[in-house]
Write a protein that binds this ligand. Structure first.
Ligand code: B12
Ligand code: SF4
Length: 495
């Protein structure tokens, strides 16, 4: 069968396409796991976010798909709906399948969208079996993890147990299926690689637990190294490790660094997401190893610097340093110092605008970011489907905005007990722009050519809405913020 797999073009504030266009790891993994005789094309629409309609139309003509699959996050739901409508117009009989976090956690939202199947949870085996059933002309009712439309009704099969990655049930991704070009992370070709799936923590803002429960499964190093080599041989110079929580098993992560070094794959740059507790407690050994293995930017899930907020986010445990198994205080500063000492940059993940936050507590977090992190990744708590946090915000009636396309993490869609949503976002926006500018010299040293060519465009993105007058303080910055919000709204019309 001819299959077209699409990831959505929607991006958010911290990932402007001028600097970041990352592949979606799910789609190449699906492509690698269907039976060999299918013709699969993967199109990451971030690569043509300004020409979505034309690109999809062209791909329909070239590939003539019998099945179209969409990978969707919650803030991309509206775009997904429009793409589904477009696909129906281009080829009314095409089978449309949706998967990913949003369809898995809010399947009912897709039932009225002209979709034929919803794949819930991990997709490799479910999708493989679905294609077999479509070829056979029946039998999809026995496939676990699948919701299907029958006439006007939707039927949901039982959930599929999570995959054990250890036993090679999941084959490697098929990057050869990609049909669009131009992946980049700060000017270098980037690719994504998974080494594990899952996490055993239960942070209240994270979708992972509802998606797959609390568990942790790992691929063998042999497979991971093969995967990294494949990405490198196709031109990647930066690898983003997309594991949910690679630092859950520190010993394994250390061994992975050793394996990367021994395999001489440490000339590549690596980006990774990490827990502060693991880095703070094991950094003496782990951080130098990470540096030798090629890790350059570490996204630290700091979440918040105030204990009360950490309790709300259920993120206190993962931000606690341990010495000989004993609690030795907040891990954040220790982790940052350790990474800096070992010449790695810290992308600081913070969440401001939690229910009890006051203007002062938000400012305290912003001041912390200004002082300690190299690149801010500050977000607002966002009520994604079925997370414990969403329940809480609903009960407290703090949700002020139900336009899901704005649930991108940098639009404040909930207020606190003390601060309106718009004010929270304004505080973040105002502070964060300058933190980003400060990192420019470091980015220049790393990639002078990229910064020379794209620096002005990156600055223009960061400061959109601003004028010389607003930057010089001759105009109220709230006016600039108002203009930024309008620009942002227009940017969201992808299709
Ligand atoms: C790595 C990652 C990123 C990376 C890379 C993204 C990329 N291009 O791949 C970065 C850092 C860039 C990123 C950014 C964002 N992310 Co993110 N990210 C993740 C993370 C850690 C892993 C995702 C991943 O690649 N997994 C590996 C693949 C193989 O698994 P998978 O995506 O789940 O796909 C499987 C199934 O879902 C299914 N499937 C998926 N798509 C499809 C499609 C079809 C047709 C089928 C059949 C099946 C299927 O099958 C796949 C294979 O089993 C998750 C989860 C987590 N623990 O936090 C969050 C997560 C996906 N991100 C999330 C969000 C919100 C964002 C941001 C909006 C803001 C933010 N919090 O950072 C931005 C938006 C990015 C943008 N487009 O601008 C949310 C989504 C919540 C939701 N309900 O939508 C998650 C779940 C985190 C959370 N808050 O809980 N993210
Ligand atoms: S530690 Fe990370 S992956 Fe695990 S539940 Fe918390 S935010 Fe999600």
């Amino acid at each position: 069968m001819n299959v077209l797999l699409l990831s959505m073009p929607d991006y958010f504030e911290h990932m402007p396409p001028v600097a970041v266009r990352m592949p979606n790891g799910a789609l190449t993994s699906l492509a690698g796991n269907v039976d060999d005789h299918h013709l699969v094309a993967v199109a990451d629409l971030i690569l043509s976010h300004r020409r979505v309609r034309e690109t999809i139309t062209r791909l329909f003509h070239e590939i003539n798909p019998e099945v179209v699959g969409l990978s969707v996050m919650t803030f991309q739901r509206q775009t997904a709906h429009r793409i589904i409508d477009l696909a129906r117009t281009l080829k009314p009989g095409v089978k449309i399948v949706v998967g990913g976090y949003d369809p898995s956690l809010a399947p009912n939202a897709y039932e009225g969208m002209g979709v034929d199947y919803i794949v819930r949870g991990e997709g490799e085996v479910t999708f493989r079996e679905l294609l077999r059933a479509l070829e056979r002309g029946g039998g999809s009712e026995s496939i676990c993890g699948l919701s299907r439309r029958e006439g006007n009704h939707w039927l949901h099969s039982p959930a599929r147990p999570v995959h054990r990655l250890e036993d090679d049930e999941i084959r490697p991704p098929n990057r050869g299926a990609r049909v669009l070009q131009g992946y980049t992370l700060l000017g270098r070709q980037v690719d994504v690689v998974e080494t594990s799936r899952g996490c055993t923590y239960d942070c209240s803002f994270c979708s992972i637990i509802e998606m797959r429960g609390r568990n942790f499964h790992t691929y063998s190093f042999e497979r991971v190294l093969r995967d990294i080599r494949d990405a490198r041989d196709r031109g990647a110079r930066t690898i983003f490790l997309v594991d949910d929580n690679i630092t859950l098993n520190v010993r394994r992560f250390e061994n992975l660094c050793h394996a990367i070094i021994e395999a001489r794959l440490n000339k590549l740059d690596y980006f990774v997401q990490a827990m502060t507790s693991s880095i703070a407690s094991h950094g003496e050994i782990l951080a130098p190893l990470m540096h030798r293995a090629g890790f350059r930017y570490v996204f630290l899930g700091i979440e918040n610097i105030l204990e009360g907020d950490l309790q709300f986010l259920r993120a206190a445990a993962k931000n606690t340093a341990r010495d000989n198994g004993k609690n030795s205080g907040n891990a954040t500063l220790k982790a940052i110092e350790c990474l800096h000492r070992n010449r790695m940059y810290v992308v600081g993940g913070l969440i401001v605008g939690n229910p009890d936050d006051t203007q002062e507590s938000i400012e305290a977090n912003l001041a912390f970011a200004r002082r300690y992190v190299d690149w801010p990744y500050i977000q607002h708590p966002t009520p994604y489907p079925r997370t414990p946090m969403t329940e809480h915000f609903r009960e407290q009636q703090l949700i002020t905005n139900d336009r899901l396309e704005e649930y991108d993490g940098t639009t404040a869609v909930v207020r606190t007990e003390h601060v309106p949503a718009e004010e929270i976002e304004y505080l973040r926006w105002k502070a964060e722009r300058w933190m980003k500018v400060r990192h420019m010299p470091a980015a220049f040293c790393h990639d002078p050519w990229f910064v020379l060519r794209h620096g002005p465009e990156m600055l223009a993105h960061t400061f959109r809405g601003c004028t010389l007058r607003s930057v010089l303080g001759l105009e109220d910055e709230r006016k600039a913020f108002g203009r930024y919000k309008v620009i942002r709204r227009h940017e969201r019309a992808y299709v």
